[in-house]
Design a protein around this ligand. Structure first.
Ligand SMILES: CC(C)(COP(=O)(O)OP(=O)(O)OC[C@H]1O[C@@H](n2cnc3c(N)ncnc32)[C@H](O)[C@@H]1OP(=O)(O)O)[C@@H](O)C(=O)NCCC(=O)NCCS
Length: 184
């Protein structure tokens, strides 16, 4: 399925770089997404970064849009795609503060997981989350994640080493909560 109650997935397009630019320019958010603060970049540099990201055959990126007005509200990413073992690493980010904390992250993440497991036939997807990023941990739990460990002092942010948690999402477990997460 590429549609849920409020959202749909489509291929990433160049104009979606504006959303990425907003994410990457916000120091509070770029640390959550990239595990470090980014040096400020222009919109054209963000666009070029996204193009390079998509050129790597082990990576994939989709845009999450609202059904009611077709506005792009976020991106789902796949990284370190392992075709042999059918595993990958995932990311889900909403562009704007106004879109967050309204259930859309859970729904958008479930859409991406549904495509990863039930269309692309991956078995497991892994994620690494800043330990203090409660919304990201919560949407993982709600979509069936299992906690597999942590990395103490893994990332260096704002002059401090901070811990991360590692999670795994398995197809069977996700499919038990799939309907509830995607809605009608
Ligand atoms: C992470 C992200 C995708 C989550 O999406 P979202 O739309 O905000 O999440 P949802 O509204 O679906 O769910 C968030 C849950 O976290 C809970 N939550 C939020 N802040 C919390 C806190 N400080 N402590 C405990 N729970 C918290 C909310 O109550 C909600 O749970 P509920 O639905 O049971 O009430 C989004 O916030 C985002 O893009 N953040 C910035 C980038 C980022 O962190 N990306 C992830 C990198 S791993």
């Amino acid at each position: 399925m590429t549609r849920s109650r409020n959202l749909y997935l489509r291929t990433y397009q160049d104009e979606d770089a504006e959303g990425w630019h907003q994410l990457r320019a916000d120091p509070a958010i770029s640390a959550l997404v990239h595990g470090r603060l980014l040096i400020p970049e222009s919109l054209e540099e963000t666009r070029a970064w996204a193009r390079r990201f998509r050129q790597d055959p082990r990576q994939e990126m989709w845009t999450v849009c609202r059904r009611e007005d077709d506005v792009a509200i976020g991106v789902a990413t796949l990284d370190s795609i392992d075709e042999w073992n059918r595993t990958t690493w995932h990311g889900l980010n909403l562009f704007a503060h106004e879109s967050r904390a309204r259930g859309l992250g859970t729904e958008g993440f479930a859409l991406a997981l549904d495509f990863i497991f039930n269309q692309m036939n991956f078995r497991i997807t892994f994620g690494e989350i800043l330990a203090s990023n409660m919304p990201a941990r919560k949407i993982s739990e709600k979509t069936g994640a299992e906690y597999i460990g942590g990395r103490r002092d893994a990332w260096f942010i704002d002059g401090k080493h901070v811990d991360t948690v590692l999670i795994a999402q398995r197809r069977e477990r996700f499919n038990e909560v799939r309907e509830a997460c995607l809605g009608g």
